[in-house]
Ligand binder design. Structure first.
Ligand code: ADP
Length: 530
């Protein structure tokens, strides 16, 4: 059922009544008037979708009345009713944009057809307008996808905005929060509008008004708006303009988009402000993204520099610490062999702690090598059994001190692997030292090797407290420790596992942990055969 409202105008009562009866029976809401003046009067009071009007009426004719109504209701669909002898006027009416005509005498079907045709054409026209409005948005989206630099983005937005509303000039300016300074700007068309700032206080007042209210300003014609902008417009040589705030959040615009037309009688049309509002919304988001991207890039560069400095610092500090530490350890060793009793024990404490310091320095240097990409693998043919035995032997005293048992399981015929012996040793001893550290006294540790696909997998299984599932990836990060450093019961800097990961990945293997809280953890890594 159609729901459109129709205003019927004819000076012949019979025709009016006939039209009203036929069209209301179709479901339209109708209202009848008898002359052109009444058409304008009634159309001002209530909205109509269609004007069905006779051409020749006393006083104001149908065409003139329709034109007057279109001034304030531009979307109204006009259909002409005409008698013989007015064909010239019908042609005139069609030229003026009237959609259809019905010639007297007409049948009810002809009338219904004319009205529904006119409506259909209007729907098509609106659809067309919508598509046209979507086109610039589509163009703009393509630009947004392809650029993250603010300046070219501003330029493109200005170009697209100017073309979308067929403006003579477009200006896009990003302003500071206080609206006192132009941060960046781009203009399209002859650069007339760019002199908005050269106009002085008037230009700034305009920008502030829109930035502070967050509302679009549409000024049509030189004398509009109580002449408030008349001076500005004549200084800029423009006739009508629209200023739209650029804002991701409505209350915080970051700039303005100004479009203008030079010629009188060439005002902006109904959909232009809306189109510009949508364009600016999209542009504001893209500009914000581009700005964030630039900021992130800058922060990233700074971080890289800091990282480099840190790496240098670690390198120098670690090397500088090594010499005094070696002297200290040498003398402590001498003293230990010469002293006895309580004094000897104290020197042993010095030696133990010096060795811890040496291990920490080594960890720092290993990590630095991995991070800077200086680390290289030197592959050799190795027996897995031998590599595991060596690492286990070196850790045996630590395990013994906690009454722990270390078991090893390597299949008898396991073929040798090609691996870097030093790095494999570092990986195994780190995993073993963690297993010993976190397993309670009297616990059991198992080191196992097995052939898995085209790699050898080595696992170190402990009977420690286990690691919560959500931290299984995190513990491989640098400096990450499950226990908070201030309340920690175990020694370490949180570097061991990140070194393990770095080294295993260096030879193309993988490392992971499986763990159940309260039962223990199994750290596994692979050495690819190829
Ligand atoms: P750390 O020097 O602190 O041991 P790691 O990088 O070797 O540094 O280990 C990081 C963290 O992972 C440890 O602080 C600990 O919280 C956890 N972790 C490592 N191995 C084990 C394990 N076998 N059992 C329980 N937790 C472990």
């Amino acid at each position: 059922m159609p729901r459109e409202r129709i205003l019927i105008a004819d000076d012949e009562k019979d025709i009016r009544d006939l039209c009203a009866r036929v069209l209301s029976a179709e479901g339209y809401q109708v209202r009848c008037v008898e002359n052109g003046l009444r058409v304008v009067e009634v159309a001002r009071q209530e909205p109509f979708d269609i004007l069905l009007t006779d051409i020749l009426m006393p006083g104001l004719g149908g065409l003139e009345a329709a034109q007057a109504v279109q001034e304030f209701a531009p979307d109204i669909v006009c259909v002409v009713i005409t008698g013989h002898g007015t064909m010239d006027m019908v042609i005139e009416a069609l030229k003026l944009g009237f959609y259809e005509f019905v010639a007297k005498p007409f049948t009810p079907d002809e009338l219904i057809r004319a009205v529904s045709h006119a409506l259909e054409r209007e729907h098509l026209r609106r659809e067309n307008v919508r598509l046209k409005a979507l086109l610039p948005l589509f163009e703009l989206n393509k630009v947004f996808m392809s650029t993250v630099d603010v300046q070219p983005l501003l330029q493109q937005v200005a170009e697209v905005a100017r073309q979308a509303v067929r403006a003579d000039h477009a200006l896009l300016a990003l302003l500071d929060a206080g609206c006192n300074r132009v941060l960046t700007r781009a203009a399209s068309g002859p650069l007339l509008l760019d002199s908005l700032w050269a106009v002085g206080e008037q230009g700034w007042r305009l920008a502030r008004q829109v930035m502070q209210s967050g509302r679009q300003l549409v000024v049509q014609g030189r004398d509009d708006q109580d002449g408030a902008f008349a001076d500005l417009m004549s200084a800029l040589g423009i006739h009508s303009f629209i200023v739209t705030p650029l804002a991701v959040r409505k209350d915080r615009p970051v700039g303005i988009l100004v479009v203008s037309r030079d010629t009188e009688g060439d005002a902006f049309t109904g959909g232009d402000p809306e189109l510009l509002a949508v364009l600016s919304g999209q542009a504001a988001i893209a500009i914000e993204n581009a700005r964030l991207f630039e900021e992130t890039q800058r922060a990233y560069q700074e971080l890289r520099q800091l990282d480099q400095m840190k790496s240098e610092f670690i390198n120098i500090a670690a090397h500088e610490l090594r010499t005094p530490l070696a002297i200290l350890m040498g003398h402590a060793d001498l003293l230990e062999s010469e002293l006895e009793g309580d004094l000897r024990e104290r020197v042993q404490i010095i030696t133990r702690n010096a060795m811890r310091l040496r291990d920490l320095i080594k960890e720092m240097l290993d990590l630095r090598q991995l991070e800077t990409g200086e680390a290289r693998v030197h592959l050799e043919e190795l027996s897995v059994q031998q590599a595991i035995d060596e690492a286990v032997l070196d850790m045996a005293s630590l395990a013994r001190a906690k009454d722990q048992i270390i078991e090893t399981h390597v299949p008898a015929g396991l073929e040798p692997v090609r691996a870097d012996p030093q790095k494999l040793y570092i990986v195994l001893s780190n995993l073993l030292s963690n297993a010993i550290k976190f397993t309670p006294p009297g616990g059991r540790i198992r080191v196992q090797a097995l052939e898995r696909g085209d790699a050898v997998q080595i696992s170190v299984q402990d009977t420690g407290p286990g690691i919560p599932h959500h931290l299984h990836d995190k513990i491989f990060d640098r400096f990450y420790q499950v226990e908070k450093s201030l309340t920690r019961a175990h020694e370490g800097m949180g570097l061991g596992l990140s070194i393990v990961k770095g080294m295993v990945e260096l030879w193309g293997g993988q490392v992971w942990v499986e763990s159940e809280m309260g039962k223990g953890s199994t750290f596994s890594f692979t050495i690819p055969r190829e």
